[in-house]
Design a protein around this ligand. Structure first.
Ligand code: PRX
Length: 662
């Protein structure tokens, strides 16, 4: 079809619009790491031993005795008594296998400067920094916090920690000083690796000032290492307990540190994420199961091969970056690309320019980014050669069919499969998605559970719903990448995630991810969104309770309720309904303080889109806030049932205020 004529393009658009299933392109299937649909049956028949295939992707110091130990469920253990080192698996073995000169990390700063670390370079710097960390006092099992933007020193520090058996806890650089302190206190972390600053939309941003403010609220002494990213552009000074990263590395130039043998179940890292209560949850991931699982999914789903240039345009401060920028790709010995900045600097074609220049093979991003690209228009892709791309992926939130098709057509040129991967911080790696070399793709639906993963959609009683009905997504069996517990809180781990069913077919523990979903007659799962008090803003997971507690901390606020409302680009946006205290009037000034309060407590990502002052919140007779109604208002939808409200009139008043933008 003459796609380059306007008519041709319109016709193509119409054809795509109607098409609701897409077969994987033959050229892709031919070269795919996994192309045999028999893999589903093979894993099913041989469960849990099938997961040996994942463990086999790694080099173990000591072989494991048992694939899965479920004797203390839901505290499952994987690859028991095996031992290994994650840093060895991500670096040394590739150097030993004659691939030391291959690029491991290619990095581009926002202003265009570039750095390439071969596997040998990575080996050297990780060893030197590991020696430096030991000098600073870090010992095996000490939690090292990292509060860093997208600079190569972040994965280097993570791998240096892994080398000496010190779990890391990475805090997203966009989080506030308070958020850093909360996480360091919760993890009793006595070490921090941070950075002086970084570039955002061309301007240097002072990050160290935020880290220093955070440290003021940490209850114990902390040794800090500071990476000098900005040089002369922004001077900084180091206090008594602070060390310069470059000096530490230089002091240990040429030193090597033997990788510490870690038990498969030893903690590799902690990652704090949002949940139903105000306190973030410290999700614990282990060395053997996690690393096996992210390696296997990187191979089977992302189709990564060592010779690829692979780009996951996420931030390492989130689980996506841990699993699919750092650990999975490096364990497979590929080249992983990192970008410091925003996709619209200096212009809205920055990412396509990079795909072209680095000849990226695989590109993985979030629907919120795709929606922004769509809004900016396909013209920004013109003039960039994207033919190196072989596979596209999305993660983090539901993707609507229109955005999926836009991505498939304009970025992938209809030649790249798109994998819509559903998973969570807690799952460690992908759980529900098509295998790109096997299954047909249905835009808007993530796909079937991966081989070996058993997921379903159930009703409140735990019984599977019929095809097409909405229900709760559940995972019926453990998997190697699963979280093992919440740090220092086994009770909350069980309470939040697990139900024990007495159903005769299902006498195992069942994992609840807190997502709503539908399943179709082919077993394809469409994830609808969270069913708890978590909202998803631009693919970033935020707890409404955390935002509420920041708002009620502002002087003049008596009560607040936060919900997610639909947003064209962000997916969801924060809507805050606020009651002022006696003696305080609603004002723009107070609104401003509320926004600032949220930014201080969490970060700019949680900034409310709308702050609506109201004399009352819709409450049931028992005093519970009816969030569903507030969501309806935020979405400008017809209001649901208000008959159980103590104060039904208030709903129309609030809706009128939102509509008038008051
Ligand atoms: O609601 C689901 C949504 O993101 C949540 C997990 O957020 P987080 O732990 O921050 O991890 C994000 C990156 C893995 C899930 O509970 N989510 C994630 N992927 C998808 C998704 N919703 C729909 N489709 C997806 N592909």
């Amino acid at each position: 079809m003459p796609e380059d004529t306007e008519e041709g393009a319109v016709e193509l658009e119409a054809r795509l619009e109607e098409q609701d299933a897409f077969e994987p392109p033959a050229a892709f299937v031919e070269q795919a790491n996994v192309s045999d649909e028999g893999i589903y049956e093979e894993f099913e028949e041989n469960w849990p031993e099938c997961w040996e295939q994942a463990a086999d992707l790694l080099d173990w110091d000591d072989d494991y005795d048992q694939v899965l130990d479920d004797s203390d469920a839901p505290f499952y253990e994987w690859f028991t008594d095996g031992s290994l080192n994650a840093s060895y698996n991500c670096i040394d073995r590739h150097v030993e296998n004659g691939r030391k000169n291959q690029a491991a990390i290619r990095w581009e700063g926002e202003l265009g400067e570039t750095r390439t670390y071969t596997y040998l370079d990575l080996y050297n710097e990780v060893n030197e920094f590991a020696a430096g960390l030991r000098e600073v006092g870090v010992e095996e099992d000490d939690v090292v916090t990292m509060y860093m933007p997208m600079v190569p020193e972040l994965p280097i520090a993570m791998l240096a920690c892994a080398r000496i058996g010190a779990p890391h806890s990475v805090v997203f650089a966009g989080f506030s000083a308070d958020a850093l302190a909360t996480r360091m206190n919760a993890a009793e972390s006595e070490y921090l690796v941070t950075c002086d600053g970084y570039y955002r939309r061309g301007d240097p941003l002072n990050h160290k000032e935020k880290a220093d403010r955070g440290l003021e609220s940490v209850d114990h002494d902390v040794e800090t290492v500071v990476v000098d990213r900005l040089g002369d552009v922004q001077e900084h000074s180091l206090g008594e307990h602070a060390h310069d990263y470059d000096e530490l590395v230089e002091d240990h130039a040429g030193e090597t540190v033997a990788p510490v043998e870690r038990d498969a179940e030893d903690m590799l890292f902690l990652m704090y994420t949002s949940g139903t209560t105000g306190q973030p949850k410290g999700v614990k991931h282990t060395t053997g199961g996690y690393l096996s699982y992210v390696s296997w999914t990187s191979q089977a789903v992302l189709d990564i091969k060592p010779e690829d240039t692979y780009w996951c345009a996420a931030d390492i401060g989130w689980i996506t970056g841990h699993s699919y920028i750092v650990y999975g790709p490096l364990a497979l010995g590929t080249t992983t690309l990192m970008y410091e900045g925003t996709p619209d600097y200096p212009d809205r074609d920055r990412l396509w320019d990079m795909v072209d220049r680095y000849a990226v093979d695989i590109f993985y991003t979030a629907p919120t980014a795709i929606r922004a690209f769509m809004k900016w228009g396909a013209d920004y892709l013109e003039g960039h050669d994207l033919s190196s791309l072989r596979l596209l992926g999305t993660v983090g939130e539901p993707i609507n069919p229109r955005a999926w098709k836009w991505y498939y057509r304009h970025v992938g040129g209809e030649e790249c499969p798109v994998v819509d991967t559903w998973w969570q911080t807690e799952t460690g790696g992908m759980m529900v998605t098509t295998l790109p070399g096997v299954g047909k793709m249905k835009p808007g639906s993530a796909g079937p559970p991966l081989p070996g993963v058993s997921a379903d959609v159930v009703d409140v009683a735990g019984d599977p719903v019929e095809a097409g009905q909405a229900g709760y997504l559940v995972v019926n069996r453990p998997w190697p990448g699963m979280l093992r517990t919440l740090y220092n809180n086994d009770e909350r781990f069980i309470e939040e995630y697990w139900r024990e069913y007495s159903n005769p077919d299902r006498d195992e523990w069942v994992y609840f991810p807190e997502d709503g979903a539908k399943i179709d007659s082919d077993g394809y799962i469409t994830v609808l969104g969270r069913v708890d008090d978590v909202i998803n803003v631009s693919g970033h997971r935020l707890g409404t309770m955390e935002i509420e507690s920041a708002i009620v901390g502002v002087e003049g606020v008596a009560e607040a309720a936060v919900v997610g409302g639909h947003h064209d680009v962000k997916g969801e946006a924060v809507y805050a309904y606020v009651i002022t205290e006696d003696g305080y009037d609603p004002s723009d000034d107070l609104r401003h303080q509320i926004v600032e309060g949220v930014e201080d407590a969490i970060g700019p990502i949680a900034r409310p889109e709308a702050v609506v002052f109201t004399p009352e919140l819709p409450k049931t007779r028992s005093g519970k806030i009816m969030r569903r109604l507030l969501e309806d208002i935020a979405n400008d939808e017809e209001l649901g049932d208000t008959s159980t409200l103590r104060n039904p009139d208030v709903v129309d008043d609030i809706a009128a205020k939102v509509r008038s933008g008051d």
